[in-house]
Design a protein around this ligand. Structure first.
Ligand SMILES: [Zn+2]
Ligand SMILES: [Zn+2]
Length: 356
């Protein structure tokens, strides 16, 4: 960053192209709708999607064509409120829900606004993200943080809401056994939410021993390291080692890896529920016969919807889900690119970027 004669107004971390970033002073967002608020962003978690856009310039059909501000896992302090805002005031500490649905399409009207066909989601092209000094959102997408939660923890509410949505999709109930593939931030949070929902066995699966050790310390009741053998063999050993009898009640994939999908389907009991939360290859082979004959419920999960942020904050504030332990690194705003590189290198669990 070069020192400028004038103090920047709204310094933003912009992705220009593949592995090309810059800091740009952009105009401070203005109140457009009377329900808008402007938030001074304080902390932003680095997500796998930020890393993916930085590395490849695209995720599936979402291609970065124009320079785009990265970041979507943020907390901050309200700096301005629109004339119709009643739920927030200047100075309130909030967690940001960074996608604004149209509120008019059929999914929106049926209460599934995460499936909105016109969603404007932060750091998903062409929409700018939250790694800026200021960010605008409607008041109902800013969630006031309870006093006992720090702004750092507030930045983890976004991935926690992703996990809440996944576990809700899995219809996890008290006493259930839940197997979670992938022990990255979202997988770990799924383990924690499943526990909060009353699951009695939570088995974390990953190919990195270090991550499994973390998962065990964090919340998993046991862990499983798959071998390079056919999926049915891994599934059989997983069931046996964890006394799952005919199989697990719920399987969550938070890895996106083809091998996990296969093992997951084979680990489930008849009538069990499989939730795809991880994003990997767009197309894979799939054990469809097992899904058919076991009458599995196979579901997707995308971002978060009604009530997910609210529940995430309640879980974090009450201590039922510990988000603090997942924060393993913090960098200053000017080192944002280093944070992205650290995440790409697999350093730690969750790195957050301090605001300016
Ligand atoms: Zn994310
Ligand atoms: Zn909509």
């Amino acid at each position: 960053m070069t020192a400028s004669a004038e103090t920047p107004q709204n310094l933003s971390f912009v992705l220009e192209g593949i592995q090309k970033v810059k800091f740009e002073d952009r105009p401070i967002p203005q109140i457009v709708d009377p329900h808008d608020v402007i938030v001074n962003v304080k902390y932003t978690g680095v997500c796998g999607s930020d890393v993916h856009y930085w590395e490849h310039g695209a995720i599936g059909d979402f291609v970065v064509r124009d320079p785009m501000v990265l970041g979507h896992e943020s907390s901050g302090v309200v700096s301005q409120v629109g004339p119709a805002v009643t739920t927030l005031k200047v100075g309130d500490r909030v967690s940001l829900e960074p996608g604004i649905p149209c509120r008019r399409c059929e999914p929106c009207k049926s209460g599934k606004y995460n499936l909105c066909i016109r969603m404007a989601f932060a750091a998903t092209p062409p929409y700018d993200g939250t790694l800026a000094k200021y960010y605008r959102l409607p008041e109902d997408f800013c969630y006031k943080l309870p006093e006992q939660m720090t702004l750092q923890e507030g930045a983890l509410v976004e991935p926690l809401s992703v996990a809440v949505h996944i576990v809700k999709q899995g219809e996890v109930r008290p006493g259930y056994s839940v197997v979670v593939f992938g022990a990255g931030p979202v997988g770990l949070l799924c383990c924690a939410v499943a526990k909060a929902f009353g699951a009695s066995k939570i088995i974390a699966v990953d190919i990195q021993q270090g991550r499994l050790e973390f998962a065990k310390k964090y919340v998993a009741s046991s862990t499983f390291l798959p071998q390079k053998v056919p999926a049915v063999e891994n599934a059989a050993r997983l069931k046996e080692e964890n006394d799952l009898g005919p199989g697990a009640d719920v399987v969550i994939d938070a890895s996106g890896a083809e091998a996990s999908v296969h093992t997951g389907i084979h680990v489930l009991r008849n009538g069990g529920t499989y939730v795809q939360g991880g994003m990997g290859k767009a197309e894979i082979t799939f054990p469809i016969m097992a899904a058919c004959t076991k009458e599995l419920n196979v579901k997707g999960s995308f971002r978060y919807g009604s009530g997910d942020y609210k529940l995430a904050i309640e879980l974090a504030a009450s201590g039922r889900v510990n988000v603090k332990d997942l924060i393993t690194g913090q960098v200053n705003f000017e080192d944002a690119e280093r944070a992205i590189k650290d995440v790409k290198a697999g350093k730690g669990i969750k790195t957050i970027i301090a605001g300016i």
